[in-house]
Design a protein around this ligand. Structure first.
Ligand SMILES: *Cc1c(COP(=O)(O)O)cnc(C)c1O
Length: 545
């Protein structure tokens, strides 16, 4: 037996023979061992008549790669919430054992402990909302503490606990599990303490897909810990905690092609957090505001003002934390537009701006996985990786000359040829631009481009909402850079279709590389005035586009 687990586990859990969930079966096996129904349900899903694996392998591998651990160091649960509950149930005997928390902190640690009948030992943060490691270690020794919960960045304060502080505490509390809840770590810029798992048998890290990965609705979180701790927790895990649609959605959302969009969005939240922090700091309604490493800000409002009514009148919800002191609130960071509404209610919106036009599209088929994020009112970033160097260069021309931000990643069946990837990128880019255009209010709508260099392209565009392509260019079949000549027309057919635009292209030139490039550049140039927002009217006598 592992001596740490001997100390941590409830003896009856250590001795428990766990309920044996049916494992995953190979696709062609005849599975008659779980009393399932042989037919798929009438809801249309393919295999929801089957129980899922207790810990679905594909998702475990994806999350292990994402978090930098081995699959046996990871346990998936219904949100980090359930992981907290599993930890308490596996370790704490009612009326005998205790957990240690550092208020103000996430409320569920104490609730889970009380449900289990465990005592809750509190070592309050200091006046600057920092943890007191020596006091924590002393209280852990003086009480029958099984679990120490730290939250980093902390909720509701937002401050990060430095890695070294965590490691020193793990070393000075070898008889407890030190649980570091990193629900918000992605917003901090700091590394997870998980890299130190091999140094500390008692270190446990909680992660979640709810915050940084926009997946609060599917309920998926993880415990990362050394294998003996994971084995212990598996004993109290329900047989089938993760519904098949949840697992499928997590795998789709975490597809590697989506990661640069996810990171881009995290960066946007961090930028917005700093903007809102600075602006609220100047509001006469705010007494004090704390810097944060998470996607929220803790603030103390002036209580004798009408700020709460002003927020209510704008239907803006913020979280009351008056238990921490009069006027204390926690404010989540939203989109730029939502934050502008907040700043406006606080009387500190610098310049009212039109809502930014952006969209993100992710499309996955058996042939390709592609994601794109466009922002029509920003020029940066332009980052493209389709696996076809020449095509990346062409897409960059559209974005740079069209003057919009484009983050695009593709992973396609290039071992067959480039056809599917090029066509599907056209679909995804066209769709992303169409979605970002929204109702097309205020746009220039039309675009024109005329000669360029020794090759020349004449391009006209109408963002009419009605797809059409006229293509008059004689491009050598051999193409350039692995990009076949005939794919140029094919790309713009799909692009026009999904963007909802009439595009007329006439081009000629001697050098195929130049000819293709001048077309992509020209389309970008023609898109530039067409995409640009000049007012607020829908540019059509019909009133819709
Ligand atoms: C939101 C939050 C969680 C819960 O995460 P889920 O995966 O949604 O259950 C855990 N810990 C902290 C500190 C949180 O703020």
């Amino acid at each position: 037996m592992n001596s740490l687990i001997d100390k941590i586990a409830r003896p009856e859990i250590a001795a428990l023979v766990p309920y044996k969930a049916r494992g995953g079966a190979s696709a062609d096996a005849i599975v008659l061992d779980a009393n399932e129904n042989p037919w798929p349900p009438l809801s249309g899903s393919r295999n929801n008549n089957r129980y899922p694996e207790q810990q679905p392998t594909a998702l475990a591998q994806r999350l292990a790669a994402l978090y930098g651990v081995n699959p046996e160091q990871l346990l998936m649960s219904r949100g980090a919430d359930e992981a907290i509950d599993l930890l308490v149930r596996a370790s704490c005997r009612a009326g005998r054992d205790a957990v240690l928390i550092t208020p103000p902190t996430f409320g569920l640690y104490a609730v889970a402990a009380r449900i289990q009948g465990a005592e809750v030992i509190e070592v309050t943060l200091d006046d600057d909302y920092k943890i007191l490691p020596k006091a924590i270690a002393a209280a852990a020794k003086a009480n029958p503490v099984k679990l120490i919960f730290l939250c980093s960045p902390g909720n509701p304060v937002g401050s990060l606990i430095p890695g070294n502080t965590v490691f020193e505490l793990a070393a000075s509390c070898p008889d407890q599990l030190l649980v570091v809840d990193e629900a918000y770590i992605e917003f901090s810029g700091a590394d997870s303490v998980v890299s130190a798992l091999s140094d500390f048998p008692n270190l446990v890290v909680l992660r979640t897909l709810s915050k940084a990965y926009s997946l609060a609705g599917i309920r998926l979180g993880c415990v990362l810990a050394n294998a003996p701790v994971i084995e212990l927790l598996r004993k109290v895990l329900p047989p089938y905690p993760l519904p098949v649609p949840v697992v499928d959605e997590a795998l789709r959302a975490l597809s590697p092609v989506n990661m640069s969009i996810i990171n881009q969005r995290i960066n946007q939240i961090k930028d917005e957090r700093e903007r809102v922090f600075t602006a609220l700091g100047k509001s006469s309604f705010v007494r004090r505001i704390w810097p944060s490493s998470a996607n929220f800000l803790l603030a103390q409002l002036q209580v004798k003002t009408d700020i709460l009514q002003r927020l209510r009148a704008s239907a803006i919800h913020i979280r009351d934390f008056s238990a921490l002191g009069a006027g204390m609130v926690r404010i989540s960071i939203g989109s730029a537009q939502q934050n502008n509404a907040l700043l406006s209610a606080f009387g500190v919106l610098q310049k009212p701006s039109l809502p930014t036009r952006s969209s993100a599209v992710s499309r996955q088929t058996r042939e390709t996985s592609i994601s794109a994020m466009v922002a029509l009112d920003d020029s940066e970033p332009v980052q493209i990786a389709t696996g076809i160097g020449f095509f990346d260069h062409m897409l960059e021309q559209i974005a740079r000359h069209g003057d919009f931000s484009l983050v695009m990643n593709a992973s396609g069946d290039l071992h067959i040829d480039a056809h599917h990837t090029i066509e599907d990128c056209a679909i995804v880019l066209g769709t992303a631009l169409r979605k970002a255009l929204g109702d097309r209010a205020g746009i220039g709508r039309y675009g024109f481009v005329l000669p360029m260099d020794e090759a020349q392209a004449q391009i006209v565009i109408d963002l009419s909402g009605r797809p059409a392509l006229r293509f008059e260019a004689d491009i050598d079949d051999a193409g350039a850079g692995g990009f076949e000549g005939q794919m140029v027309q094919h790309f713009f057919e799909s692009f026009a279709q999904h963007l909802g635009a009439a595009i007329h292209i006439r081009a000629d030139g001697n050098n195929t590389h130049h000819l293709i490039e001048v077309i992509f550049k020209g389309v970008g140039r023609a898109l530039r005035p067409a995409l640009r927002r000049e007012g607020s009217q829908i540019p059509s006598s019909k009133g819709v586009l």
